[in-house]
Design a protein around this ligand. Structure first.
Ligand code: ZN
Length: 186
């Protein structure tokens, strides 16, 4: 038989272990969610009709001093142009890498500042701030403001689409997405 003290100590230990495990899994989940390749909300595919069969090549989450030059070399060897959706935070860290992408003839898109998959749940102000910071970082690095946007984890929301529309991103494709979101198709 355990004494009261022993029993209480065991209970405390058990609680401490459960808390520690909960803490560990919360940290693990946060790591996974914050890793820029993780997509919480599945795929969103935009299709554009063209007279020829074309594929739009895109690279997300850079610029990276390690990966981006490798992609640039591979693209140059095949004479292919692509769009690089960049995170504002990374553009601020590696502006020369971002500049090199534009110099090589590729397009740069806004991929949010901090790449949080719950971007679509942000308030209007927060969305605006994320878009602004990233656009400013890209412009500071390359001299050009981006004209393309891709949400982190492909996240979309009505406030986000309205923000994009007011920034001149409004086009047929966006219109279609907006209609789908408004109708709850998505
Ligand atoms: Zn991404």
């Amino acid at each position: 038989m355990w004494s009261m003290l022993e029993r209480r100590t065991r209970a405390i230990w058990r609680a401490a272990i459960i808390l520690a495990l909960a803490g560990a899994s919360a940290i693990a989940l946060r790591e996974v969610v914050l890793s820029s390749t993780f997509q919480l909300f599945g795929d969103y595919v935009a299709r554009v009709d063209t007279p020829e069969r074309v594929v739009a090549l895109t690279f997300d989450d850079g610029p990276s001093p390690y990966w981006t030059p490798k992609f640039l070399s591979a693209l140059a060897a095949r004479q292919v142009r692509a769009t690089f959706f960049m995170m504002g935070r990374n553009v601020e860290r590696y502006p020369s890498v971002a500049r090199e992408v534009l110099t090589r003839g590729h397009e740069i898109g806004n991929h949010s500042y901090s790449h949080e998959p719950w971007f679509h749940l942000y308030s209007d102000e927060r969305i605006e701030e994320e878009l602004d910071r990233t656009e400013n970082a890209i412009e500071a690095a390359t001299g050009r403001r981006p004209t393309a946007f891709r949400g982190p984890g492909y996240s979309l929301s009505k406030p986000l689409l309205h923000q994009l529309a007011t920034r001149g991103f409004y086009n047929e494709k966006l219109d279609q997405i907006l209609v789908e979101v408004l109708l709850g198709v998505r």
